[in-house]
Design a protein around this ligand. Structure first.
Ligand code: PLP
Length: 397
């Protein structure tokens, strides 16, 4: 039979071939059991250092029970967008509990952190306005900025002097917004939020931080970056996610009541995409309960990551400048990082190689994501494997 694929999609096949030729094609691994400190891949139990499941809540018995109970009471799907018939008691409760947890005036939840950014940024600024955006901001912030049709001015990463310069050079606009990731997920460094607040106050500019990797990780009991710096009420909008430390899925926007009200009027993913599902909302509520009642998991996360950092450094690895549970094992060349990751995998450790274009050329690394779900024995075993692979590739002596 003749090849029936029409010419009009041939360009996709070419592009896929190009990705493969440049080792940029994503090969997706499938987990054959729950998300935990160990996961099953290709029938093998692997130590997992790839997930954002910081607190090990993705398979937590209390969250699972809460989701099951909610399904029995309310069903599965909301069946509508929030503004028509999709707002259920659970959504209202979750928003109130999150606002109390984070000491914010109000919260609106969305389907994901990604849609939270798409809802928030275009609701705040538009054509004729300007956004000052950290050069390393997450893709969903960049897309939110583009959707807003405001002018985007990128400032150098965490560089307050450059931000000040760019603000001084950019005067012909109406409203202005500064936006930054809270935790930068490739290096594990934290945005200088107090300085950003000072600049925003000085120039009367809206300030937004996306705390996806800080939610459940930073601050007292995981209350996030605003709490970490004690800046309650000083940051206009704090976006977050329940897809990482909360172990479920869903986006958070926290801030002043008027901002949250406005996002409910004008945030397009809020208006035109259905609400969070019932089991998700219920599991997130349970996660808030759990975090409010104890900071044990947050403490265990930090103990685990501190131990890993200490031991990795003692082994002679360069772990960059992370101040969070994300450990970048700096290797340099992409080929070395890839081979390192492959050998880790062969030895039962699942940790991702990250290279250009996600990080600059020559800064390839293994990204080691820590979690409260790892036991002391897991960490010991992982360190033995890191040492073995590091020696076999000549990275450490
Ligand atoms: C992961 C991440 C998101 C996306 O969150 P999801 O809930 O997975 O959509 C948004 N912003 C930042 C900074 C992130 O790290």
């Amino acid at each position: 039979m003749a090849d029936q694929s029409p010419d009009r999609i041939a360009y996709l096949a070419e592009q896929v071939e190009e990705l493969k030729a440049n080792s940029l094609y994503n090969h997706i691994r499938t987990l054959e059991g729950p998300m935990e400190g160990r996961v099953i891949i290709n029938g093998r139990s692997m130590l997992n250092f790839c997930a954002n499941n910081y607190l090990g809540l993705a398979n937590h018995p209390r969250l699972k029970e809460a989701a099951k109970r909610a399904i029995d009471q309310y069903g599965i799907g909301p069946g509508a967008v929030r503004t028509i018939a999709g707002t259920m008691t659970l959504h209202d409760q979750l928003e109130q509990r999150l606002a109390a947890f984070k000491h914010a005036e109000a919260v609106v939840t969305l389907q994901s952190g990604f849609t939270a950014n798409l809802a928030t940024i275009p609701a705040l600024v538009g054509p004729g306005d300007v956004i000052f955006s950290d050069r390393l901001n997450h893709a969903s912030i960049i897309d939110g900025c583009r959707l807003s049709r405001a002018t985007i001015v990128a400032y150098e990463h965490n560089d307050i002097a450059d931000l000040r310069r760019k603000i001084a050079e950019t005067t012909e606009y109406q409203r202005r917004l500064i936006v930054s990731d809270g935790v930068f997920s490739m290096d594990g460094d934290i945005a200088p939020l107090p300085e950003l607040v000072a600049v925003a106050d000085e120039h009367n500019i809206l300030l937004m931080v996306d705390d996806a990797h800080g939610e459940g990780v930073l601050g007292r009991g995981g209350r996030g970056i605003v709490d970490h710096f004690g800046l309650h009420g000083r940051v206009d909008v704090e976006v977050g996610t329940m897809s990482k430390a909360f172990g479920v899925v869903g986006g958070i926007v926290a801030g002043k009541q008027i901002i949250i009200d406005w996002i409910k009027q004008r945030g397009r993913p809020f208006l035109f995409s259905s609400a969070m599902t019932i089991p998700d909302a219920a599991a997130c509520l349970e996660a808030v309960d759990l975090l409010e009642s104890s900071d044990d998991l947050v403490q265990r996360l930090w103990q685990n990551s501190d131990l890993m950092k200490r031991e990795m450094q003692a082994l002679g690895f360069d772990i960059g400048g992370s101040t969070t549970p994300i450990i970048p094992l700096m290797l340099g060349e992409a080929a070395l990082a890839k081979e390192f990751s492959r050998q880790l995998f062969e030895n039962g450790v699942f940790a991702m190689a990250i290279a250009f274009p996600t990080v600059p050329k020559g800064k390839a690394r293994i990204r080691v994501m820590n979690t409260a779900a790892h036991s002391a024995a897991d960490l010991e075993e992982a360190l033995t494997v890191f040492q073995r692979v590091g020696k076999s590739l000549g990275v450490i002596a």
